[in-house]
Design a protein around this ligand. Structure first.
Ligand code: FES
Length: 154
């Protein structure tokens, strides 16, 4: 958990949200928010009752996480994409721009992978041979070829 200091909690109570408020505003389940926090994707502090309080700028992160989940981006990729975006203060415009460029690059890589898999799958649906030699989908890049000839997993 990132510590923001209790002084700032007292000074600007309207800028801090409970886990329930973040959940209500973002649509993310409370359990999901706790999980994101465990992964370091978001951060909170504790109030005087030892309850989580999230700075308002975490809403943007949670929104981006929700979008990423919807389009199938693994949370690990998000950890990497958010690595240089500070948790302990509102990120600057430039910091979000850098993250955005990295995000765009990852999405492009993902799009290309999906297009390649789509082409391979379409061919395999029409083929059905399931050949370990010829089928790029079943044996991508002939992964075990370097281990020698014959069965490698028996
Ligand atoms: S099933 Fe025949 S090439 Fe994939």
């Amino acid at each position: 958990m990132t510590s923001y200091g209790s002084a700032s909690l007292r000074a600007t109570p309207d800028d801090w949200l409970s886990i329930g408020e973040v959940s209500a505003r973002t649509g993310a389940a409370v359990s999901a928010l706790r999980f994101y926090e465990e992964l370091g994707l978001i951060a909170s502090d504790r109030d005087h009752r030892n309850q989580r309080r999230y700075p308002r700028h975490m809403l943007r992160r949670v929104a981006l996480i929700s979008v990423a989940k919807r389009i199938g981006i693994p949370l690990q990729d998000l950890q990497e994409a958010f690595a240089d975006v500070p948790l302990d203060r509102p990120p600057s415009h430039q910091e979000w721009q850098r993250a955005s460029r990295d995000w765009k690059r990852r999405l492009e890589e993902r799009r290309q992978t999906i297009e390649r898999l789509e082409a391979e799958l379409t061919g395999c649906i029409g083929c059905g041979c399931l050949s370990m030699k010829a089928c790029a989908l079943l044996n991508p890049g002939d992964a075990l070829a370097g281990d020698g000839v014959g069965p490698r997993r028996l």
